[in-house]
Design a protein around this ligand. Structure first.
Ligand code: RIB
Ligand code: CA
Length: 312
């Protein structure tokens, strides 16, 4: 089976880090590059964190690119309250020694989509959509060449996590999200509706620690830190491990279920800015532009995660 060529666009973020590790541990995935974007923490930290994760996986060869340092037309909103000041709070991590690529992330996305055969590259955004939207604006010819976009973002029945109406990744750059959701590229959306069903329970974190590897220890330490915010906020028994749901879907889509529906992005109202308005019941005739995922086999997801991370 030919490995799936992907670009992960990311704002690490402990959960982003686990998504990157899952991709690097899985033979089904051919990670062409990692493009960092400002989101959870500012860009200098997200690009540094992406390199820290690659080195943790023993993969200093992976190409990491820095992208947009702010949303298309708004000030940056960050989430240190969730991820800590570094974005990878929990364990102490040494600074990376692997290089950051000189090329801008947006130029890498454009060049890769133009050079790879059309319909073979999948974009996996797990942060604000600024880099993807900028690439589409700067080079509209690449849009038809994208095989699929599998993104973490949005919320409908689960409602918002940064405002009552909006999920963080969409909220940070709603204009970028509007561009991506309207581009016509086949879209798989992993909203809070599904990620909140993939909680880091004590047993699941213990399984990471029981690996006896540095990767297992780091993932356990990250999730220990990351979950404190969500457990206090939701009173849940763990935190939603958002971003790895995208990579897990590419490896085993049978772990997930959803509905092909219309999803539009609110950009006009301050009250509901960044809301993913999901026509789950088909009450409009708006185009069905997104496979909106609502359910997950959480046990199967964590079994896949543990099995793959143990390989690193
Ligand atoms: O709302 C969850 C999303 O925001 C995740 O991608 C997390 O990493 C943060 O970026
Ligand atoms: Ca993220």
């Amino acid at each position: 089976m030919t490995p799936r060529k992907i670009i992960i666009d990311t704002d690490p973020g402990q959960d982003d880090a686990v998504a990157i590790l899952l991709a690097l541990a899985s033979p089904e995935i051919d990670l062409l590059g990692i493009t960092a974007v400002a989101g959870n923490v500012p860009l200098p930290l997200t690009e540094k964190n992406a390199r820290i994760v690659c080195e943790l996986a023993g993969r200093p060869d992976v190409r990491v690119f820095a992208g947009c340092d702010r949303p298309l037309s708004r000030p940056l909103v960050t989430a240190e309250h969730v991820h800590g000041k570094t974005g990878l709070d929990g364990p102490q991590m040494a600074d990376p020694t692997m290089p950051l690529q000189d090329q801008h992330a947006v130029d890498f996305i454009i060049q890769t989509l133009r050079e790879e055969p059309s319909g073979t590259v999948t974009l996996v955004p797990v942060g604000p959509l600024t880099n993807i939207a900028t690439a589409f604006q700067r080079a509209p010819d690449i849009i038809a060449r994208v095989r699929e976009i599998v993104l973490m973002g949005g919320a409908y029945f689960a409602v918002g996590n940064i405002t009552p109406a909006a999920e963080f990744n969409i909220y940070v750059d709603p204009e970028a999200a509007k561009i991506v959701f309207a581009a016509g590229v086949p879209l798989v959306v992993m909203p809070l509706d599904v990620t909140h069903k993939a909680l880091t329970t004590r047993a699941r974190i213990d399984a990471f620690r029981a690996m006896g590897t540095r990767v297992g220890d780091m993932v356990a330490a990250w999730t220990d830190f990351f979950e404190r915010f969500d457990m206090a906020k939701y009173g849940s028994e763990g935190a939603p491990l958002h971003d790895p749901c995208t990579v897990a879907y590419l490896i085993d889509p049978s772990l997930f279920s959803g509905r092909l529906i219309n999803v539009e992005i609110e950009t006009g109202s301050e009250l509901t800015l960044g809301m993913t308005v999901a026509d789950w019941w088909g009450v409009t005739d708006r185009p069905k532009n997104a496979l909106f995922i609502g359910d997950i086999d959480a046990e199967g997801f964590y079994a896949l995660l543990a099995e793959r991370l143990a390989r690193l």
